[in-house]
Structures are given as C-alpha cells and as structure tokens.
Write a protein that binds this ligand. Structure first.
Ligand code: CTP
Length: 471
C-alpha cells in the first residue's frame, strides 16, 4: 500500500483529520487511507450502477509486502491491560509493527484511542464491523502477522482458545491464525489455580501455544497475593522477540514428546485419620515436570499429597497411596520417557482400620505391614508400552553410589539419579539437591545446585537421549 504524506495538508485539514482519526481510534495515516478507500468504493459503486458487469470484477488489492516483523497484540479484559500499552512500546522498540485487537472487556480498561496512538496503527474491536471486515477482515488480520501475542490472557480468553470458540474478533483471529501464539496469562490466583484453567493450560500447551508468566505478586483485589500477575512487558517482549526469531521453538527440544513424572510422597492409611508418610516435598519432581513442559513436552504429573503449587502447563493426576499411584501411572502410558521422582512408601498397613483405632489402656496396637508395588520396577520391566527412557531416583543415607547402582540393576531402569537424603544434607524438603547420574555408562557427579537447575539439566539430557544421542 502506498504511503501517505500528511505534510502536504493545510493546518485546518490536518486538524480535522486529527480529530476524525482520534474519534475513530486510528492513526492520521490510517484515517487518510480509510477516507481514500471510501472514496474509491463510492466511485466503484457509482461505476457498477452504470455498468452492472463490473459487479463481478475481481478485487486485485495486493497484499502489503512485510518489511518488518508484524505482531498482532490481542488485549484481553483485565486490570493488567494497562501494562499492554507499555508492551506496545516495547515491541516497537524491538522493530516490530504492532496491530491491536481489543476485546469488549479490554475496552473497559484501556481505550482503542490509547492503543492506536501508541501503535500508530488502526485498532480492531469488532468481528462484525462493516469497515474492518471490508477493509482487513479477521482472516487477513490472522494471516498478515508473524506472531500473535495475547496479553493479558484472561481465564475466559484461555478457555475460549482451548475450546476453539470464535464468537468475537479476538477468538476468531486466534482460531484462524497460522502464526505462533504467545500468551501472558493474568488473573486472580484462585482462577489461575482452578482445575478448569489448569485443564485449559494443558490443552493450550499441547496446541503449541507458548506461555510467559504469570508471576507471583499482589493482585488488584485488596490484600490478595499469589500466582496470577501478568509477566512484565519487558519479559513478554523478550519472549515475543525470541519467538519471532524462532529461538523459542528451537528451545523446545521436547516438543511432541510425552513425559510421565511421579512426584511427592504417598500416604498409606492406618485408619481414617492416621497415615504412614515420609518427608518428601515434591519439589524435585514438580521442578522436572515444569522444566519438561517448558521444553515443549506433553507432561502428565502423577503426584502424591504435597503443599506446593502445581507446575504450569502440566496435566496433574492426584493420588494418595502407592497403589493409586501405580494405577494412575499405568493409565498415563504410553510415554516417551518416565521419571520416577516420588518417594513412594514401601509398605502399607495390611488392614487399615475402618474406624479410628481407639487407645486402650496398656495395649499398643500392632501394625502388620504389607509391601507396596514397586512402580518404577513394574514400568521398567513392562514388555508392552515401556517408555524408551525410564529414570528413577535413589534416596540413600549411606553407600550412596553402590546402593544406587544396585537399584539401577534391580529395578531395570536406564538411569538413576542418586542423592543423599540424610537429615544433615537438607535435601529432603529443601530447595537444593546434589545428585549423581548413574547409567550403564558409569557415574557422573553433578555439582550441588537448586532443584530447578537439576531439573533443567536432566531435561536437557532427556531431550538429547530421545533425539537419539547417547545418554
Ligand atoms: N519407587 C517406586 N515404587 C516404590 C518404591 C520406589 O516407584 N514402591 C521408585 C522411586 O520413585 C525411586 C526409586 O524407585 O525412583 C527408588 O526409590 P527409593 O526410595 O530410593 O528406593 P526403594 O525402592 O524404596 O528401596 P530402599 O527403600 O531399600 O532404598
């Protein structure tokens, strides 16, 4: 499309154009284009009235040749929408052109005028807007972009995306686009933690939508804090830039792979109020699940009772006992790789009391224990549906390496991560870990590092192994 020079206009015309552009939420250039287009359409209509054969003449409007990267920013309706105005600037600083779509709810928080003034582009709001449909149309909007960013991505927008709705401009564009999609969720922590939002997030991750944030912080609601705060504009712009360069896709080495992870302790009931458990916090298993999801894997996390937040982008199956965990693990197969990080109780009470066991003077109840199934060994020895890579942990308090090597053989897994869980190491329940990776290739001592760092390193190794490189 030809560029328009506003400079040639006299002051009065310029002022009228400015006012008209402001009223319509467009840049002056866009307003001038719209006027010219309307004039051309009027002439065409006049011509068609005098020569009806021209009614079927094809429209030969050429598509603009993109010279810079084009971002379509969909602003959802949340208090974080004001940050999206800053995001427009951040994206433009990185050399992108930014077109904005505002949902109806977004317009309660920010105006099309503000988004138009900052982007220097026309702002789109309606699916059935006569001018925009004739002019650009939601299909063109969806196609003529290199990246779609949804910020803030509200719980409602995420739900619409996950189930493929198309009842407004934002959702219709999201359904029609072939460009990569980046979402920056923002919502109340309870909404973020709701099972429906978790389910939608798992679906969106499986649909190759990239997620940035949310972070922890104070919410707009008085006194509320937790996970749900939209990522900062600079983080979103960084993620957008990486996606535009193709870096994020390259950083998703587990894309298309299915991972099954166990985490946390199990609780084995003694009676309806008491149980046998251990000190596992689930931090290491959850960190592995989060790292695998970030690397693009489709992750099922089977977890025992824990008091830590669910990792984002992961399908969670909650269980209590070892037997429930085995059942859930088997139901989640097939998988390309399984990581058994749960601290499964080795024994359960053979006959758990149906009622609370009462104290009787002088009599201490004798608990008869029965051995629980070994989940790792069961999966590693499977003939059918054995994951290509089966990884266990060895929680030891003495002879760490020798015991872990024996476990590797006994359980039939491919790798084992050995760690010393003696009380003085602070590993069980703590944020740090010190593991050695043991395989048929030998023992590799990793430096002491955070559980997140161990997770990232392990995920890197898993990706290399699944890609066919030697472990
Ligand atoms: N594991 C399992 N099912 C069990 C016990 C353990 O899947 N019933 C898995 C753990 O998730 C871990 C590995 O086996 O990946 C080793 O667990 P660990 O507690 O170190 O060893 P145990 O098998 O319990 O042996 P021991 O208690 O004799 O050390």
């Amino acid at each position: 499309m030809a560029s328009i020079t506003i400079r040639g206009l006299d002051d009065e015309l310029k002022q009228r154009l400015r006012l008209r552009a402001a009223r319509n939420g467009r840049s002056m250039e866009d307003e001038a284009r719209t006027i010219l287009r309307d004039m051309a359409a009027d002439q065409l209509l006049a011509g068609m009235r005098s020569d009806p054969r021209r009614m079927h003449a094809p429209r030969t409007e050429p598509s603009p040749e993109p010279t810079t990267r084009r971002v379509l920013l969909i602003i959802g309706g949340g208090i974080a929408a004001y940050k999206s105005l800053d995001l427009i600037r951040r994206l433009k600083e990185r050399g992108a052109t930014v077109r904005c779509v505002l949902t109806a709810a977004a317009q309660k928080f920010v105006t099309p005028l503000a988004a138009g003034a900052l982007s220097g582009e026309r702002v789109f709001t309606d699916l059935f807007d006569h001018t925009s449909e004739l002019d650009v149309g939601h299909i063109r909007l969806a196609r003529d972009t290199d990246l779609v960013v949804v910020a803030p991505a509200t719980a409602d927008l995420m739900a619409k995306m996950a189930s493929g709705h198309a009842d407004d401009l934002a959702s219709a564009v999201l359904l029609a686009t072939g460009a990569p999609v980046l979402i920056a969720p923002a919502m109340n922590p309870h909404m973020w933690g709701h099972v429906a939002t978790r389910r939608n997030l798992v679906q969106l991750t499986a649909d190759r939508v990239t997620v940035v944030g949310p972070g922890v912080g104070e919410m707009a609601e008085h006194g509320e804090a937790g996970i749900g705060r939209m990522a900062e504009p600079i983080e979103i712009a960084d993620a957008a830039e990486a996606l535009l360069k193709g870096d994020l896709r390259a950083n998703q080495p587990l894309a298309g792979k299915r991972l099954l992870i166990t985490s946390g302790p199990t609780h084995e009931p003694i009676d309806p109020v008491r149980y046998i458990a251990n000190r596992s916090s689930g931090k290491q298993g959850h960190a592995i699940a989060a790292a695998a999801a970030t690397a693009g894997a489709q992750v099922t996390l089977v977890c025992g009772p824990v008091n830590i937040p669910d990792p984002p982008g992961v399908k969670i199956v909650r269980v209590e006992t070892a037997r429930e965990m085995l059942k859930a693990v088997e139901a989640a197969l097939p998988a390309d790789c399984a990581v058994f990080a749960a601290a499964v109780a080795d024994w359960r009470v053979a006959e758990a009391g149906r009622q609370k066991i009462k104290k009787e003077k002088g009599a201490t109840p004798a608990l008869t224990l029965a051995e629980n199934p070994d989940i790792l060994a069961t999966v590693a020895h499977r003939k059918a549906k054995r994951p290509r890579l089966v990884i266990g942990f060895a929680a030891e308090t003495e002879n760490v390496i020798a015991n872990a090597q024996a476990k590797l053989k006994r359980k039939g897994c491919d790798w084992i991560l050995a760690n010393n869980v003696s009380t003085q190491t602070g590993i069980m329940g703590g944020d740090y870990n010190n593991v050695s990776l043991i395989s048929s290739n030998g023992v590799e001592a990793w430096p002491p590092q955070s559980k997140d760092a161990v997770a990232a390193a392990l995920v890197e190794r898993i990706a290399a192994a699944l890609a066919g490189e030697a472990p």
